[in-house]
Design a protein around this ligand. Structure first.
Ligand code: AMP
Length: 286
């Protein structure tokens, strides 16, 4: 493979043929699945992937199956030309950009069961979301068959679900978790940030500020109930923001806790609406 040129591929058959040839030469394959509208968060995954793999494959596909809101799907930012330029300057080797017909040639009626992991937070507020994520990630994993796949901790619950998917399906793929990349003001980078108005963009850094403050309070023995109240009141006191949920969960099982134990690793997760734009973030507590 010519390291100087990035290949843009639209079909699974072609992708498999290219990768098979590479695998026969013993090269390692790293994979970064994305929905495009790339930002520094995505690029941090690509850079990490490049560090430990001979070939880096990035996919760009806005997966309808994981959207429970038609308007959200319709307004999701798309700019694959710009994305390809960014990926090319990161020396990505292969970009896979399929269309709906390629990914769903026939309806995918599979029902995944992630148990408790999908019965909290995003699973409650975005019905069917993780089933849609599992459909596309399993299809992509089977198309690429990477040695390693890179996911951001920004989507904390998704990462846990994907680890479980790998176990359930016996995929021989190492899942690498990558830290959240933030704007200077603390706002977690997200493709959806480009949809925010100037005023909403100014308000949105409050999300990280509040969960950071709350997690500091928790270590000084505040109750979970009072911290939840504090977070809800502080977010909702800004008229541009509306809290959907704030939850503190055990990091490995995603089980919500009502008391803080310093022995168990915990993560606080939040979802906030700025107008119609839904923003999520999280922070490790101990
Ligand atoms: P998306 O395009 O939103 O589906 O995201 C593709 C991958 O990039 C997922 O693994 C996300 O968790 C990751 N990602 C998105 N935003 C960030 C961020 N701010 N920092 C780190 N990873 C991110």
């Amino acid at each position: 493979m010519n390291a100087l040129f990035m290949q843009i591929v639209h079909h699974i058959k072609e992708l498999k043929a290219i990768l098979l040839q590479q695998k026969e030469n013993g090269v390692s394959i790293g994979f970064v699945p994305t929905m495009g509208a790339l930002h520094e968060g995505h690029l941090s995954l690509v850079r990490k992937c490049k560090q430990s793999n001979d070939i880096t494959v990035v996919s760009i596909y806005v997966n309808p199956a994981q959207f429970n809101n038609k308007n959200d799907l319709k307004s999701y930012p798309r700019d694959s030309e710009r994305d390809c330029k960014l990926l090319s300057s990161e020396k990505c080797n292969i970009v896979f950009i399929p269309d709906d017909k390629e990914m769903y040639p026939v309806p995918d009626t599979r029902e995944f069961n992630f148990g408790l992991m999908e019965q909290v937070m995003e699973g409650v507020h975005r019905t069917g979301h993780f089933n849609g994520v599992a459909k596309i990630v399993s299809k992509l994993f089977e198309a690429v068959e990477p040695d390693k796949a890179y996911f951001g901790q920004k989507d904390f619950q998704q990462l846990a679900i994907i680890r479980k998917l790998v176990k359930m399906n016996h995929y021989d793929i190492e899942i690498v978790a990558c830290p959240i990349v933030r704007e200077k003001n603390g706002l977690a980078m997200s493709s959806r940030n480009t949809l925010l108005t100037k005023e909403q963009r100014n308000a949105a850094p409050l999300i990280f500020k509040v969960i950071k403050e709350a997690s500091n309070n928790l270590t000084s023995h505040h109750s979970v109930k009072s911290v939840k109240e504090y977070v809800r009141n502080t977010i909702n006191s800004n008229k541009l923001l509306k809290l959907e949920y704030y939850e503190i969960v055990e990091r490995n099982t995603l089980k919500p806790v009502s008391e803080i134990s310093l022995k168990i690793p915990l993560t606080a997760c939040i979802a906030v609406y700025a107008g119609n734009i839904r923003l999520i973030d999280n922070i490790d507590i101990n």
